[in-house]
Design a protein around this ligand. Structure first.
Ligand SMILES: CC(C)(COP(=O)(O)OP(=O)(O)OC[C@H]1O[C@@H](n2cnc3c(N)ncnc32)[C@H](O)[C@@H]1OP(=O)(O)O)[C@@H](O)C(=O)NCCC(=O)NCCS
Length: 180
């Protein structure tokens, strides 16, 4: 469990499903289009799966109310060569729309980066964000991440109205342990 002045970050529990169902199904960014739940029961099943990733998949909870207002997660990845240490992480973050613009994401992700670099052997953390996602870019910059590149028409998550894939322009940010 991680604690900041206004937040608790902890592994997901089965009872979190209703909060998670609500904020996940309200996301409008294309990269989370596949994460929407068909029903609260699907969200409940997902909570059970997330408990298997309790070291890395954290619910962001408001201390004041105890409600889950968002999440942050990343998995250790090995970079080349393939048998190198799994010391690279690419986090995803998401907040309930009503809880954005209050500094919670920065507060939560700063604690999460402290945890990855300090306790989980992270050497490098990188993040992908689409070029129209200004709040996510601003968060990367506040965290001290460097802009490493812009990949034009890099990935597709949704189709255009005519059924053809919509390719996104993706920015990569990163920070090393020695820069943190
Ligand atoms: C990306 C995302 C997590 C960023 O959240 P956020 O709330 O905008 O980020 P922050 O926590 O840094 O807060 C931003 C603003 O809160 C305000 N703020 C900062 N600290 C504050 C405090 N202590 N009290 C009140 N307000 C505060 C500021 O206006 C700040 O903006 P600024 O730093 O540019 O001045 C959020 O927009 C989101 O969930 N988006 C949808 C999912 C998504 O896009 N995920 C990423 C996919 S790549």
């Amino acid at each position: 469990m991680l604690e900041t002045s206004r937040l608790i970050l902890r592994p997901f529990e089965e009872r979190d499903y209703a909060d998670v169902y609500e904020y996940t199904n309200r996301q409008t960014v294309h990269c989370f289009a596949d994460m929407h739940f068909r029903s609260p029961e699907d969200a409940r099943q997902e909570m059970l799966r997330r408990r298997e990733n309790a070291d890395y998949y954290f619910a962001i909870c408001l201390k004041q109310t105890g409600r889950v207002i968002g999440e942050v997660f990343a998995h250790p990845e090995a970079t080349a060569p393939e048998d190198a240490a799994a010391d690279t992480f690419s986090p995803c973050w998401m907040l309930h729309p009503n809880c954005q613009g209050k500094g919670y994401a920065y507060e939560a992700v700063r604690a999460y980066f402290d945890y990855l670099f300090g306790e989980k052997g992270a050497r490098r953390i990188y993040a992908y964000t689409e070029d129209d996602n200004l709040p996510s870019q601003r968060l990367c910059e506040k965290l001290g991440m460097r802009k490493e590149g812009l990949f034009l028409e890099y990935v597709t998550f949704v189709n255009r109205p005519d059924g053809t894939p919509l390719y996104e322009n993706t920015i990569q940010y990163a920070i090393l342990k020695r820069e943190w």
